[in-house]
Design a protein around this ligand. Structure first.
Ligand code: MLT
Length: 216
């Protein structure tokens, strides 16, 4: 297929999200759906994706919502207060993009690797459109929807990594998200690290190990 590229280099504009795609160079590793944090873009997590799962195909979309010029995956009303109608709409758009990308690039269902806002949309995607993701690494995620629908995530593996000193995600909120996903049947491994909202070396080691032998 022909790739449309933007003038800032490397981004693909042929599908419903501006994104980057890097093909797999080894078999047996899952494709990763990389979801950046607020103010990031499709380039942000590419190096992280390569480091976490060498050889995996990488699909890295850019969030469509702008907050003061900063890309995000859904609208928020204040820090930690989400526009839940927009969360639902944007999660549905992202689910459709995953289907498009799978067809365009011949991929299996991806494992999401999301950071912050990207982890929150990944959690919403799992709860609203189960089956689109084959698993998720959620880095500093919080509850994206107060009352999500009953989802069937039976056996879907999730690694949730929280920071004990995270000023954005209270411990209670992260624990509630872990409970929501587990109640839907996901196999949740929730660890709280001695870190803030930013990632630490421990995040990278745990996520790399988990991706290499994830359950499910
Ligand atoms: C969000 O808005 O998704 C969370 O507050 C994380 C962030 O982007 O700061």
């Amino acid at each position: 297929m022909s790739l449309g590229t933007d003038r800032t280099g490397g981004a693909d504009t042929t599908l419903s999200f501006v994104h980057r795609f890097l093909p797999a160079d080894k078999t047996g590793r899952p494709p990763l759906l990389l979801l950046h944090g607020t103010g990031g873009d499709e380039n942000d997590l590419v190096d992280l994706g390569r480091a976490l799962s060498p050889g995996s195909a990488l699909v890295s979309p850019r969030g469509k919502v702008l907050e003061g010029g900063m890309p995000r995956f859904f609208r928020r009303l204040a820090e930690g207060v989400f526009d839940e109608d927009d969360v639902r709409r944007r999660a549905s758009e992202l689910a459709d993009f995953v289907t498009e990308a799978r067809e365009a690039y011949g991929l299996g269902a991806p494992v999401a690797v999301g950071f912050s806002n990207g982890a929150n949309i990944a959690a919403a995607l799992m709860l609203l459109r189960p089956g689109v993701l084959s698993g998720a690494v959620l880095l500093r995620a919080m509850v994206p929807l107060a009352k999500p629908p009953v989802a069937d995530l039976a056996g879907t593996p999730v690694l949730l990594l929280s920071g004990a000193m995270d000023p954005i995600v209270p411990a209670e909120n992260a624990a509630r998200l872990a409970g929501m996903l587990a109640n839907a049947g996901a196999v949740v491994d929730h660890r709280t690290l001695p870190a803030g909202h930013g990632l630490s070396q421990a995040d990278l080691s745990l996520a790399t190990g988990w991706l290499a032998k994830r359950p499910g």
